[in-house]
Design a protein around this ligand. Structure first.
Ligand SMILES: [Mg+2]
Length: 187
């Protein structure tokens, strides 16, 4: 049962994820968590390196933001700034429940087995996506600031991770993919 919490891949940062490797796996769509994956918790600043990664991803995949949030408007505004569809859910539609994932998949016309979920939390992002049969990528959380429930979840997460490590199931950290130059960049 604890295997449902195990990510398929761990990469330190969103911008370190190798997009070509995902294409080679047959991944066509990306669901991207917002807080502590795309931006610091409750922050709206998206660093340039991450914006570039998203721009490249838009040429190759169907990406969508997927956030557990009460402030849906903020997530939609982040999506608008990146020209990405965005789904913000709370209540029974939040991750790890399936409602938000299904809404996002429907928005981008994707099926779970061809979709990768990228997020920083085992108990929400990874668990829900694994249950739906997605490829799951865990990133290191961007900041120490978190929702108080998340801080409690981190304790549970540490126990689950230790269990998976003991059984040799915890993936090793993937090295950062080489940054691809932007069109117009000086070489
Ligand atoms: Mg998060």
């Amino acid at each position: 049962m604890l295997e449902s919490f195990c990510p398929d891949q761990i990469t330190a940062r969103l911008e370190n994820i190798d997009q070509q490797a995902l294409l080679d796996r047959g991944i066509k769509a990306l669901l991207i968590d917002v807080d502590n994956t795309l931006v610091n918790w409750r922050d709206d600043e998206i660093p340039l390196v991450r914006r570039r990664w998203i721009e490249q991803a838009k040429d190759r995949f169907a990406p969508c933001l997927l956030s557990n949030t009460i402030t849906v408007q903020r997530v939609e505004q982040l999506g608008q700034r990146l020209s990405l569809p965005a789904v913000g859910r709370w209540g029974w539609g939040r991750k790890p429940f399936s409602g938000g994932y299904r809404q996002a998949l429907q928005l981008i016309g994707a099926c779970p087995t061809e979709t990768a979920m990228i997020g920083d939390q085992l108990l929400t992002d990874i668990l829900g996506a694994n249950r739906l049969g997605m490829y799951t990528i865990m990133v290191h959380t961007l900041s120490d600031s978190e929702f108080f429930v998340t801080r409690i979840n981190r304790w549970i997460e540490a126990l689950i991770r230790a269990w998976l490590v003991r059984r040799g199931r915890w993936p090793t950290l993937q090295p950062a993919a080489a940054q691809e130059p932007e069109a117009g960049d000086e070489r």
